[in-house]
Design a protein. Structure first.
Length: 153
């Protein structure tokens, strides 16, 4: 499976927010959005990744982009993870049905039954403008990839 390609209209999807409300493709329209797919809350690489992205939030959001983190963890786990890290990046759960949205975006890692590490930038029109899939779930995409992806969008 390959990551969703630039120029592709975002498919219909549904993710759970921490408060139990639903986040869908309609929430992407009208803004530039960075979706950060990561494997597991509380794992060492994921912890580092979200901390690094939080440090770079002023750069990431300078031109109005919004960033969300997506994993197959439950909303309860994601909320605890975000609070423990002290990061403001909203978490979106792809828990049930497990990985359904990650699969639509080409960001699911079937061999381990989890989200792979991927980045997808969606333009205000709901079309993908840039995407990246790590070679393995253990490879952390540097924040420079997000900055370069936003510049190319």
């Amino acid at each position: 499976m390959s990551i969703i390609a630039p120029g592709t209209k975002v498919p219909s999807f549904s993710l759970a927010r921490e408060d139990g409300s639903t986040f869908t493709e309609a929430d992407l329209v009208g803004q530039t959005t960075v979706l950060v797919f990561y494997p597991f809350a509380f794992s060492s690489v994921c912890t580092s990744q979200l901390q690094v992205y939080t440090e770079a939030l002023p750069e990431i959001t300078a031109d109005g982009a919004v960033i969300y983190a997506v994993s197959t963890d439950s909303s309860v786990s994601q909320e605890a993870f975000r609070e423990q890290l002290g990061v403001p990046i909203e978490q979106l759960s792809d828990f049930e049905p497990k990985g359904a949205t990650a699969k639509l975006f080409g960001a699911y890692f079937d061999p381990a039954g989890m989200t792979n590490r991927a980045l997808v930038i969606v333009g205000p029109d709901g079309c993908v403008t840039w995407s990246y899939l790590a070679d393995s779930p253990g490879d952390m995409p540097g924040v420079n990839l997000i900055i370069d992806g936003l510049a190319a969008s």
